[in-house]
Write a protein that binds this ligand. Structure first.
Ligand code: KIV
Ligand code: ZN
Length: 563
């Protein structure tokens, strides 16, 4: 292996060393970074002003995103998200961490077997058993990738791995070599790269490329970087690693300081060719770089970055909705690109400007991210064709059978509610297409409650042709009473860890959408239900989660995991 080039140090004043626990590490990073200020940076991999380079979008919603607490998905949900990611146009799908559990392995293997159109990647530590397992799972893919990682920072070396620098390089080299023996497309990540001494980072990256890594990913594992810092790390790698042109430089930024997207953009500016991100920015702790934000930033500011992606931006909102529904993690109202308020203009002065010329206050068009602004109202006289049309405009592709089921629900809803909005239709569709097989369904319920009164509930559930009923005086409110009756009838006793209700649209007759998270035998299960009656929505959500629990017992679904 060749030596990495090193730069002369000079007397430039340095930023003050950070105080506290990490200060030693910080000083080392800055010592090296200073040297770059006095070297002529390599020309960025930027084309002429008029041309634009393609940035590879590596989506890790199914791996890092799934590591968000409570965001775990079952096999069916993962397959659906993977298919949606292909339609979104992402280049690489990191489908999971196959050694982590049999469920992860199966999901990666099934996605590799069935999903076509994107590279399918499996994560592995630099250990033979991990790499073998990752290959076992991804080998069926049209275009497989193995992603091996090993921590390189002093903190991780000393406290987690108890390995010295030489051992780290050797382990990284062995890991990449083993992966390359299986597969020509190998990505290597020095975990916690941003807090790794820059000389050592260059050395590890060079060694990994030398033995065949085709992508080198620079993770900001703990979300510590700032844009200027990130730009400098990428510039240093491009200047000092002699074989760097043989690999694509990637970045993987966490959002602990709220700068994941800004840091990823800075890396692109410095020459990175791949960005790792997740839909809605979900992921460990504060999450990852958000796919929709990085993609729209590159699209909207192509004038500045001269870079673009293959993402079909009109698929962004439907994909965001899908991920929010299957993970139960809703996006905040003011979230950039996909939040409910992202394209709402409230101030009079803004509305006035918009009416005169939309570009006065709008840098992107809502339709470019797949947001239909019509909110055309449907009602009881609307037919199947009108519903199919709205579903299509909202980004859903329904099979004939799904359309029939949604249409039945739509008619039922239209009897209760005069005006049916896009939000109502989306909620009905999502309930249908992301449901689990229904072992139990709600037949009817009645509950009376009041101040200072213990609720009285009568509730029936259907299981096949059988209807089971319960009458109880119990609980500390009507929702609690309904949950207790369902537990009694199904024989499944759970702890309710989360319960959220919000209205899907506006108005007093709006549908309520309930999300619950139930704990059963150490695992978390989500449930989702909608109705114009919020107690009924709660009962449906509870039963939806109970059906998930039951289907795991049947072996037809993968269990969720508590992270
Ligand atoms: O944040 C991180 O360092 C990771 C690696 C596995 C790439 O997720
Ligand atoms: Zn990560």
């Amino acid at each position: 292996m060749r030596e990495t080039r090193s730069f002369d140090q000079d007397q430039t004043p340095r930023p003050p060393a950070a105080a506290g626990f990490f200060s030693g590490v910080h000083r080392e990073i800055w010592d090296d970074a200073d040297s770059l200020l006095h070297t002529k940076p390599k020309e960025p991999q930027r084309m002429s002003e008029s041309s634009s380079r393609q940035i590879v979008i590596f989506d890790t919603t199914l791996r890092d995103g799934e590591q968000s607490p409570g965001a775990s998905m079952n096999l069916y949900e993962k397959m659906e998200v993977a298919q949606a990611l292909v339609e979104l146009g992402v280049d690489v799908i990191e489908a999971g961490f196959p050694i982590a559990s049999p469920g992860d392995f199966n999901a990666v293997r099934e996605i590799a077997k069935t999903v076509r159109g994107s590279v399918i990647c499996g994560l592995a530590r630099c250990r033979p058993e991990d790499i073998d397992r990752a290959w076992e799972a991804v080998k069926y893919a049209e275009q497989p990738r193995i992603h091996v990682f090993l921590a390189t920072s002093a903190i991780h070396r000393e406290h987690k791995l108890k390995m010295d620098k030489a051992e780290i390089v050797q382990r990284a080299v062995e890991g990449v070599k083993r992966a390359v023996d299986y597969c020509p497309d190998v990505e290597f990540s020095p975990e916690d790269a941003v807090r790794t001494e820059i000389d050592f980072l260059c050395q590890v990256v060079e060694a990994a490329i030398d033995v065949g890594a085709t992508t080198v990913n620079i993770p900001d594992t703990v979300g510590y970087a700032t844009p200027a810092h990130m730009r400098r790390v990428i510039e240093i790698l491009r200047n000092r690693v002699p074989n760097i042109d043989r690999a694509v430089i990637s970045v993987h930024c966490h959002n602990d300081l709220g700068m994941a997207v800004a840091n990823s953009l800075a890396a692109v500016e410095a020459g990175a060719g791949q960005v790792e991100c997740t839909v809605n920015g979900i992921g460990e702790r504060a999450g990852n770089c958000s796919l929709e934000e990085i993609v729209m930033a590159l699209k909207t500011r192509n004038d500045f970055y001269h870079a673009h992606t293959r993402v079909v931006s009109q698929r962004i909102v439907p994909t965001s909705r899908l991920v929010a529904t299957v993970t139960g993690i809703q996006v905040q109202r003011n979230k950039a690109i996909v939040g409910q308020n992202a394209f709402a203009h409230e101030a009079g002065i803004h509305q006035d400007g918009m009416l005169k010329e939309r570009t006065t206050y709008e840098i992107m068009r809502p339709e470019d991210v797949g947001l239909t602004m019509s909110d055309l109202v449907l009602g009881k006289h609307s037919g199947r064709a009108a519903l199919a049309d709205r579903a299509k405009a909202l980004g859903y592709r329904l099979t004939g059978e799904q359309l029939n089921l949604v249409f039945d629900e739509f008619k039922e809803l239209a009897d209760k509610k005069k005006e049916i909005y896009d939000g109502d239709i989306a909620a009905l569709i999502e309930q249908q297409i992301h449901g689990v097989s229904e072992l139990w369904s709600l037949e009817s319920y009645q509950v009376t409650s009041g101040t200072g009164k213990v609720p009285e509930v009568t509730l029936s559930v259907r299981r096949g042709s059988e209807v089971l009923s319960s009458h109880k005086v119990c609980g500390d409110g009507p929702v609690d009473a309904v949950f207790l009756a369902i537990e009694e009838l199904t024989g499944i006793s759970v702890v309710c860890r989360d319960f959220r209700v919000h209205s899907v649209t506006v108005g007093k007759d709006a549908q309520g959408e309930v999300m619950v998270q139930l704990e059963y035998q150490g695992e978390l299960y989500r449930g989702h239900g909608v109705s114009t009656d919020s107690i009924e929505a709660s009962a449906k959500a509870f039963l939806n989660a109970i059906n998930r629990i039951a289907s795991v017992g049947n072996g037809s679904q993968q269990p969720s995991k508590i992270r």
